[in-house]
Design a protein around this ligand. Structure first.
Ligand code: FES
Length: 568
């Protein structure tokens, strides 16, 4: 460890820390563009200049390692003059088009220009133009505008060091240099939008979010991507009950600073409900109804079937339900009603990967296409394998009277008519649904439920880490969360109180569900920060975690995996 004094404040940091990070650890904000904690250090932008006692020339703080006893003058007149000169130099060619730039509001250049207090430009010369390289698509998700680029090279380093795909490089030299793709190749890799995340200005933006909402209008909720079992931590960014984007939320034990394009662009899928009221279908007629009648009908069908044979009810949970929801499902149907078949199925593949140096092998791999199979199993829902009731239903050797499906999208096979025909052999089909598909079309009783953005709870990811996701937007009127549906249904057997919240269920179940003992709702898996969910700024706030010993992070990950049931 090294003791470093920054502007009179002394901090102790690991010997491997650079001066820029030591300044941040001391609470001194040194502006910078090209430095990123996960990318190689290039000292490209010269924005992070500081004075170091005993060193004759002013230094780029990101390039200088700390040493014990070092005294840094980060806010001296000389340091400020150097940084202001850099800002002025960078702004010579910047178009200053903040009013029409989508990065405005989360732009490092804008922030630093305001902080530097440079209200006017001294230049009169025309600004550099890049005809043909402005507002141009360079891949399926990213638009490039080279008039705004400050050549920090973060995007180039991301593609060579993190995604390992190397699509981007600097073309030309000196004042003519610009970032572009090689030989007509596209910026097309599984994490391509992260290149836009690391861009400190508006040179790379994503097509999906561009011009949709000014970022200062966005509200943020800490959530977890439900695209696969990795469970990348995300910020759901929304306004007026519309989800506009996911941004990765820094979690050094899971997704580090990144997320894949597949997960990121699922964000918009969270908007909208095709059903706003429960639906009853009987003898060829379909009608909307109220929750009371719909849930009474479910109870009547289940009771009638159970009185004949409890095994004539098949309850299908889902690896997309929260652990709290799975626990309610298991408690109600297995515990209270006495149904033996409470199962879930999780689709395998396609494989998703996220780079994380804290994980053995450097990559976290997700093979299941759902976030919470471990939570479902821990809560008491059985994985449907060979010989399961679901398998027997599909091979025709078992026909339930009631099939209760708690997630209309529990498998991609719901778009397969043969699969739906097999499920339809049940006399009564009850389905929780949000989007129309063949399964919701076939349901006898359809219960409208909210998306991930409209509920809260916890998932257990591939490492066995319990991760909590927060409510982002209130679901439309009448629509309920899966948790609320199960609570109201359970009330009909006097099993649950409909007033329970996700937190109340969490408190009830945590003593019995493996991996949940000792967890607190308010802190369970909620790392990261609310205010600065953008990865271009979140790493600043998370510096303390960055300074933690990687071995400690690994140990914590291993311990959590061990206590929460571990690998499949
Ligand atoms: Fe140090 Fe760019 S952040 S030179």
């Amino acid at each position: 460890m090294a003791k470093v004094t920054v502007d009179g404040r002394t901090v102790e940091v690991p010997d491997t820390t650079n001066v820029l990070e030591a300044c941040r650890a001391a609470g001194v904000d040194v502006p910078h563009f090209c430095y990123h904690p996960r990318l190689s250090i290039v000292g490209q932008c010269r924005m992070c200049m500081v004075e170091i006692e005993g060193v004759p020339k002013i230094q780029a703080s990101c390039t200088v390692p700390v040493r014990d006893g070092m005294v840094v003058l980060a806010s001296s007149e000389k340091a400020l003059a150097a940084r202001n000169a850099t800002m002025e130099f960078l702004l010579i060619n910047h178009p200053l088009d903040c009013p029409i730039c989508d990065q405005a509001g989360e732009c490092k250049l804008q922030d630093n220009a305001v902080a530097a207090g440079l209200p006017v430009s001294r230049t009169v010369e025309p600004r550099r133009q890049f005809p043909g390289y402005d507002r141009t698509s360079i891949g399926p998700h990213v638009i490039a505008d080279m008039t705004r680029c400050i050549q920090c090279t973060r995007c180039i380093r991301f593609c060579s060091e993190i995604s390992g795909t190397g699509e981007l490089s600097l073309i030309e030299r000196g004042g003519h240099a610009f970032v572009w793709t090689h030989e007509g190749k596209e910026l097309d890799n599984a994490w391509s939008a992260c290149a836009a995340d690391v861009c400190p200005v508006g040179a790379l933006t994503t097509k999906e979010f561009r011009f949709r909402k000014r970022v200062w209008w966005l509200d943020k909720a800490r959530s977890v991507c439900d695209g696969c079992e990795i469970g990348c931590n995300v910020s759901i960014e929304h306004r007026d009950r519309v989800v506009y984007r996911f941004l990765p939320r820094v979690n050094l034990a899971v997704n580090d600073f990144w997320m894949c394009d597949y997960g990121r662009f699922r964000a918009e899928e969270l908007n909208g409900n095709d059903f706003t009221r429960p639906v009853l279908r009987k003898a060829g007629t379909t009608r909307e109804t109220h929750w009371g009648e719909a849930l009474d009908a479910v109870k009547a069908a289940v009771d009638a079937a159970v009185s004949k044979d409890p095994a004539s009810v098949l309850v299908l949970g889902s690896a997309r339900l929260s652990t709290e929801e799975s626990w309610l499902l298991a408690q109600l149907f297995k515990g209270t009603v006495g149904v033996p078949h409470v199962e879930f199925h999780a689709d395998l593949g396609p494989e998703r990967r996220i780079k994380n140096p804290a994980v053995p092998g450097g990559w976290l791999v997700g093979r299941e296409a759902a976030p919470n199979s471990r939570g479902a199993e821990a809560a008491g829902v059985a994985r449907a394998g060979k010989g399961s009731a679901l398998a027997r239903l599909l091979d025709g050797s078992y026909t339930p009277d009631v099939l209760y499906v708690a997630d209309a999208e529990f498998t991609s096979r719901v778009s397969d008519p043969e699969f739906i025909l097999a499920l339809c052999r049940a006399k009564t089909l009850v389905v929780h649904g949000r989007r129309t598909n063949l399964l919701t079309d076939a349901a006898d009783i359809l219960l409208p439920v909210a998306s991930l953005a409209g509920k809260e709870g916890t998932f257990v990811n591939v490492l066995g880490l319990v991760q909590r996701f927060q409510l982002a937007i209130v679901p439309p009127p009448i629509v309920r969360t899966d948790l609320e549906v199960l609570l109201h249904l359970g009330k009909r057997w006097n099993a649950f109180d409909p007033q329970w919240t996700a937190k109340a269920v969490f408190e009830r179940m945590k003593g019995t569900v493996p991996g949940y003992a000792g967890l607190e709702w308010d802190s369970a898996g909620l790392v990261g920060n609310d205010a600065s969910a953008s990865p271009t700024s979140a790493y600043d706030v998370l510096l303390e975690r960055r300074l933690a010993n990687p071995a400690e992070i690994l140990a914590a990950v291993a311990e959590a995996a061990g206590t929460a049931g571990g690998e499949k």
